[in-house]
Design a binder for this molecule. Structure first.
Ligand SMILES: Cc1ncc(C[n+]2csc(CCOP(=O)(O)OP(=O)(O)O)c2C)c(N)n1
Ligand SMILES: [Mg+2]
Length: 665
């Protein structure tokens, strides 16, 4: 019989040998957490290695993602499509075992981790998604959505501020099926953490409303098993299991030292560890008995087929619910969704309201949330400024877990990282609001959504100095440029209600990445458009005002500055074209012929106008063009006065154009 320690040692040797072979990586955490991982993965985790996409699987997040060999070893040993050859290719180009776990590369990896603390916030989002779907779909004896979310964290994750944001909210929401194992090894990269991390972590989590299980010996499988059972029996609040461990456990000279954190142990120390742990096998050799004791495929198939039978009975008893849950989990569009949005776009253009684009966004959300019941909205305490609440929104709370709106509180980073977890879980489409300036607080979670190609929608209002009185702390300058330079993220800055509706449609219909909607505080008139122009908005940039006769100048603008560009064109004459460019990434993705039709190479007289950092616009206007932008911080004052002070006036635009270009027809 293979005992737990032997199974754990299989993880230890695969990890230290793979790191040694790659001559790069982190053996310490996998060796230290191997016993805990063995307890969780061998008998408790409900998953099916043959079908990593099974909806009701327990989710597992390795938030201390530098310990990637831990999860790769577990996936390999339990029977996922991760071969011994994959482990030998650890950290090599295009291998399925990249340096940090990456969603989409490796079967069984639920989220990309490595930026410490964010995996934990992703796990909070997954637990929230599970509970929300359970409340919306489970009926009487049918618990079709009913799984745990497990997360491993190290000292680093808990030092990171986002752990406070996410875990404080997880406590308030009472996410009882979230279970976190803390690898309390007293070591981070610089050494013994007592000099920089002396918190009473257990008391801290109790203060959040968590159940905390203290003083667990992370190398004593029975103690870990007992703690896990207690955690699984407490369903009204999340649980933190504090496990005392030794980093690099088993290495005779180096165990307990930061030297095992992020470097190969070396051949001599690995040989000494083989002797100390009585492991006579060659690197990457797992004897059959140990291998079969780890194999989770038969157990996984049995667990899933039990659930399949339940789901079949549920589908008989509640056919509409079953069909809807299936639709949501597979990500299929609701029937007629696109047609409803089309109609709303056409109606908006016809009604031609003068509203702030944040208000138009709220009107769009009304339509979107009606046709996409899987929308899970929210805001970081700015619901009434971001206008993210709608007539059908109701709060998701511990007592009302079926709600479709999350009050994230003032926690922008956790909001965005949790939304990644919600999106990864499936079944819900998250959107969340804050001021555009405060996307900075959430920056890396937005980047992670783009890296993982997740459909997450950011409602970022108060999009320029035009917001006025709150002043330069609140006025975004470089944020648009920063969002636009994020690969895979679509950024929209619509100029009116119609463009806002189109941006929402594009965001929600998109399956392969996140979208930032940058919206005005101040009212903006609806621009006149033909049907063809309405259709063209989705191309990201299009001719809003065509020249008559010879083209003498192109004005390019976005958002609130489109109105200004149109007024300037009226003054400058018939040869002036206005291009509205709500999304540069969308425009850049169009065929060259389309881009050239909108911005003909023959016309070098070009001026871009946007109350944001100017640098990105030279790409469109060229070095002989001009940009009217904001290369400096703003000022506090009434919005129109601030705009005028910084040159966003008709007179200034006309003078810049006339000084540089001859626009006579
Ligand atoms: C946000 C972020 N900052 C810094 C790092 C670099 N880094 C990787 S691991 C680590 C120390 C983590 O300590 P701990 O979680 O205790 O891991 P252990 O050494 O115990 O394995 C640091 C600073 C990172 N990956 N993410
Ligand atoms: Mg540590």
């Amino acid at each position: 019989m293979t005992d737990p320690r032997t199974r754990a040692n299989a993880i230890r040797f695969l990890s230290m040998d793979a790191v040694q072979k790659a001559n790069s990586g982190h053996p310490g955490a996998p060796m230290g957490m191997a016993d805990i991982a063995e307890v969780l993965w061998h008998q408790t985790l409900r998953h099916n290695p043959v079908n990593p996409g099974w909806w009701n699987r327990d989710r597992f997040v390795l938030s201390n993602g530098h310990g990637s060999m831990l999860i790769y070893s577990l996936l390999h040993l339990t029977g996922y499509d991760v071969t011994i050859e994959d482990l030998k290719a650890f950290r090599q180009l295009h291998s399925r075992t990249p340096g940090h776990p990456e969603f989409g590369y490796t079967a069984g990896v639920e989220t990309t981790t490595g930026p410490l603390g964010q995996g934990l916030a992703n796990a909070v989002g997954m637990a929230l998604a599970e509970r929300t779907l359970a409340a919306q779909f489970n009926r009487d004896q049918f618990s079709v959505m009913d799984h745990f979310t497990y997360c491993f964290v190290g000292d680093g994750c808990l030092m990171e501020g986002v752990s406070h944001e996410a875990c404080s909210l997880a406590g308030t929401l009472g996410l009882g099926k979230l279970i976190v194992f803390y690898d309390d090894n007293g070591i981070s990269i610089d050494g013994d953490v007592s000099g920089w991390f002396a918190d009473d972590t257990a008391t801290r989590f109790e203060a959040y409303g968590w159940q905390v299980i203290r003083h667990v010996d992370g190398h004593d499988s029975e103690e870990v098993q007992q703690a896990l059972a207690t955690a699984r029996n407490t369903l009204d609040r999340p649980t933190l299991i504090c496990c005392r461990t030794t980093i690099g456990f088993g290495a005779p000279k180096l165990a307990g030292s930061e030297k095992t954190h992020g470097a190969p142990l070396g051949d001599a120390e690995i040989q000494a560890t083989r002797e100390a742990l009585h492991w006579p096998y060659a690197p990457f050799e797992i004897p059959e008995e140990i291998r079969s004791s780890w194999d989770g495929r038969a157990r996984g198939a049995a667990i899933e087929s039990e659930w399949d039978a339940m789901f079949a009975a549920y589908a008989k008893a509640h056919p509409a619910l079953a069909a809807e849950l299936s639709r949501r989990m597979t990500g299929a569009l609701p029937a007629d969704a696109m047609a409803s949005l089309e109609t709303a776009i056409r109606d908006t253009q016809a009604a031609a309201p003068k509203v702030a684009t944040r208000k138009a966004s709220q009107d769009a959300i009304e339509v979107v949330a009606r046709v996409f019941p899987e929308v899970l909205g929210g805001s970081a305490d700015l619901g009434h400024s971001n206008l993210t609440v709608w007539s059908g929104s109701h709060a998701n709370t511990a007592l009302q877990p079926d709600g479709n709106y999350v009050h994230y509180g003032v926690r922008e980073f956790a909001m965005c990282a949790m939304m990644n977890g919600v999106a990864l879980h499936g079944g819900l489409i998250p959107f969340g609001g804050t001021f555009l300036i405060f996307m900075e607080y959430a920056r890396n979670a937005i980047r992670m959504a783009a890296l993982m190609r997740q459909r997450v929608i950011y409602v970022l209002t108060h999009d320029s100095i035009g917001l006025g009185e709150d002043g330069p702390t609140h006025q975004p300058i470089e944020q648009l440029a920063s969002l636009r330079s994020t690969p895979g993220l679509d950024t929209w800055r619509p100029c009116d209600a119609t463009e806002t509706f189109v941006a929402w449609r594009e965001a929600i219909a998109r399956h392969d990445g996140p979208t930032a909607l940058c919206l005005s505080r101040q009212g903006l008139p609806t621009m006149p458009r033909s049907d063809a122009q309405v259709q063209a908005i989705a191309q990201g940039g299009y001719v809003l005002r065509a020249e008559q006769g010879r083209l003498t100048l192109i004005l390019i603008a976005t958002g609130s500055e489109v109105e200004l560009a149109m007024a300037a064109a009226d003054q400058l004459g018939t040869g002036v074209r206005v291009v509205s460019m709500p999304s540069t990434s969308r425009f850049d993705a169009q065929p060259a012929a389309y881009r050239d039709a909108v911005l003909p190479a023959s016309c070098r007289a070009r001026v871009a106008i946007e109350a944001g950092h100017p640098d990105g616009w030279y790409k469109y206007v060229g070095l002989d063009g001009a940009v009217i932008g904001m290369p400096r911080f703003g000022e506090s004052g009434p919005g129109p006065e601030v705009m005028a002070h910084f040159g966003f006036t008709l007179a200034h635009v006309l003078s810049v154009v006339r000084a540089q270009f001859d626009v006579s027809a």
